[in-house]
Design a protein around this ligand. Sequence first.
Ligand code: CP
Length: 334
Amino acid sequence: MLNNRPRHILSSDQFDREFLDYLYQLVNLIRRYDKSKEGLLYLKSLLPHVRAMLYFTQPSTRTFMSFHSACNILGVSTSEIRDSATSSEKKGESIEDSLRTFSSYVDLIVMRSTEAGLCERIAALLDNTPRPVPIINAGSGPDEHPTQALLDIYTLRRSFHGNQIDGKRICMVGDLKRGRTVRSLSKLLANYRDVAITFASPEAFRIEQDLRDCLTRRGVAFTETEDFEGAIRDADAIYMTRIQDEWDTGRESAAVDHSGFCLHLEHMRRIKPDCVIMHPLPRRDEIDPLIDSDPRAKYWRQERNGMWVRVALIMILMGVDHQVMLPDKSVATS
Ligand code: CP
């Protein structure tokens, strides 16, 4: 069983190797319940008394839908805000008061917003109230997207021979300056031995200094390059990302030529035969859709993996993970 049980899911910094190994063991067990009607009904019986608020005031397709589906799988009922203009924030209520209000009605808050650090602030606030409900960070500004990173690691594990991430070379490509998935995933990779990261991007979109400092402090080998073709050639996994122009203050992204950082069909002959290609999605032009049918393209599986990882995270936060981890539950999965 898990020794350090998280109260909230706020940042990749929270997690160590013990937690990651436990989480992925749990996810694999949960997925066995998906194979039968009895198994799915068992999962649905675990949390029918729990209510969750999905507070997504920044656009989302898959994170929102996968959390919504994860709640559904566990029998959790959901309510949602997808635009702060439809809440009393529009009347001048502070975000703190709004979230505290939601906590009066629900047992779990999943939140995505444009503001870095907001989830930590709300979690600290609620921890000092009579209803300290768990907070899950589903994307906080350009800062962190920890549940995406947790599903990315799960996808890497499932894609590599022997579930082995130790010793692998991961190449991350695109807007590394403002891409929160890259930040969260890089920090999680620090939990694995002898991982090497190559960051390939136009000069304008290089990683931020705090991530460099974090990786150096944690002993992760990394290089930064503008040589996309050289970077992908010997990578065990390529993690593509889009240009995050929603953070532009003017039209600075349009001034940067990122065409040399897109994966085309002809690249597939030059990368490793077992290279894992991932993308947090949504994509634009950085991966040719013709690559989708190549067995090395894992981004559609990655997207579905997210739902199962989120089921497991909700189970851990709500303290029902042992109901799947116990050996006598194997009957439900047969
Ligand atoms: N990967 C991801 O966060 O996708 P959405 O923005 O669609 O949720």
